[in-house]
Design a binder for this molecule. Structure first.
Ligand SMILES: *Cc1c(COP(=O)(O)O)cnc(C)c1O
Length: 360
């Protein structure tokens, strides 16, 4: 067996231990004689898998009891619409912070449902920083404030939690969810597509404060109503059973290695390796403000974009793939999620030095 180092932004690398265990359990899950994919979502086996995944998630993030955990579908993209549908509560206005490509998509979608006010934006400097709190112009009568806490494409991460007073704070945390401890009680709602840092595509995790439930707009489809989903343990319709099972194994993997403080320590070390290299080099560039650099997604460029293709080809020859940057920013991007081992980042850093020595 040979595993490559996969730097994809998502669907992304998963822990090898998790995949191996899923392989072991493929034909017969815990003596049930069934694969998890074959189980009824109403059966006791799958109910126990989903309940345990929720318990482990609650434990890892220390989620307070007055928050509901939902296992939904439709990706983070559906949340761009589902959040306004559920949280406006007749208010008709919401505040959004614009820090890049994913913020823009959320804003565009929300505009179909309400009056969107851009409370802060980093567009003036090509989305290379997180607007500091004093620059946020919030409306006290907004239904909620939405921001993207880690911009996957631009590589900008909020390393602090905004203060929005009594207006609920909503975060698209897709690409750094579970990469560090999080003070859930500071948020009204947190959502994340699983395929970045938690599991396979097809599962979206929503953590929502209980008092925000029950405000869905008239005409909201049943499966998109948070309150109804919460009351049905996210099983109003057939949930993404296998994706929930794999995410559950990833949560166990996280717990076994020491939980979020330990994964954060590892993520800091991995990111530091790359950023130190970028900063000490006159060859590579990362445009993001140092204090706002993402630990998960590290975009970088070489001096001449004609070197992009040779860089990517050499990386592939050395067992490293999916390093091409997003088309909107160009260059390269290394996504170094929880499951990327330090050795993968060391190999990348070694190759980057080698490439610089040859072309710099
Ligand atoms: C990937 C991503 C999305 C979109 O996720 P889908 O599951 O494809 O809908 C939204 N927001 C962020 C921050 C992302 O990284």
């Amino acid at each position: 067996m040979s595993r490559i180092f996969n730097f994809s932004p998502g669907p992304a690398i998963l822990p090898a231990e998790v995949l191996a265990r899923a392989g072991d359990e493929m034909l017969d899950w815990h003596g049930s004689g069934m694969c998890v994919m074959e189980m009824s979502h109403r059966g006791k086996e799958f109910i126990s898998i989903a309940a345990e995944a929720e318990r482990d998630l609650r434990e890892l993030l220390a989620i307070p009891a007055h928050y509901k955990v939902l296992f939904l579908q439709g990706g983070a993209t559906l949340q761009f619409a589902q959040v306004p549908m559920n949280l406006l509560g007749g208010k008709g206005k919401a505040d959004y912070v614009n820090t890049g490509e994913w913020s823009k998509k959320a804003i565009k979608e929300a505009k179909a449902y309400c009056d969107v006010h851009i409370a802060a934006s980093s567009e003036d400097r090509s989305f290379t920083y997180a607007p500091p709190q004093p620059a946020w112009k919030l409306r006290p009568d907004a239904a909620y404030v939405h921001y993207c806490s880690n911009e996957t494409i631009g590589g900008v991460e909020f390393h602090w939690v905004p203060d929005t007073g009594s207006v609920p704070l909503v975060a698209d945390a897709s690409s750094h969810f579970l990469s560090r401890p999080l003070e859930v009680s500071r948020f009204g709602l947190i959502y994340a597509g699983a395929q970045k840092n938690v599991g396979p595509a097809g599962l979206t995790i929503v953590i929502v404060r209980e008092d925000l439930l029950g405000r869905a707009a008239k005409g909201t489809p049943t499966v998109m109503d948070y309150k109804l989903q919460a009351a049905a343990d996210s099983m109003l319709n057939t949930p993404a059973t296998y994706a929930i099972y794999i995410a559950g194994l990833v949560l166990k993997w996280l717990k076994a290695l020491g939980g979020l403080p330990e994964i954060e320590r590892r993520n800091v070390a991995k990111a530091k390796l790359l950023y130190d290299l970028l900063d000490s080099s006159g060859f590579y560039r990362n445009p993001v403000e140092k204090a706002d650099r993402s630990r998960m997604n590290v975009p970088f460029r070489v001096p001449d974009e004609r070197l992009d293709a040779p860089f990517l080809k050499g990386a592939e020859e050395r067992g490293m793939v999916q390093l091409k940057g997003h088309r909107s920013v160009g260059g390269m991007r290394a996504s170094i999620y929880n499951a990327m081992p330090l050795e993968g980042v060391e190999r990348l850093a070694g190759y980057m030095k080698e490439f610089e020595a040859r072309h710099g």
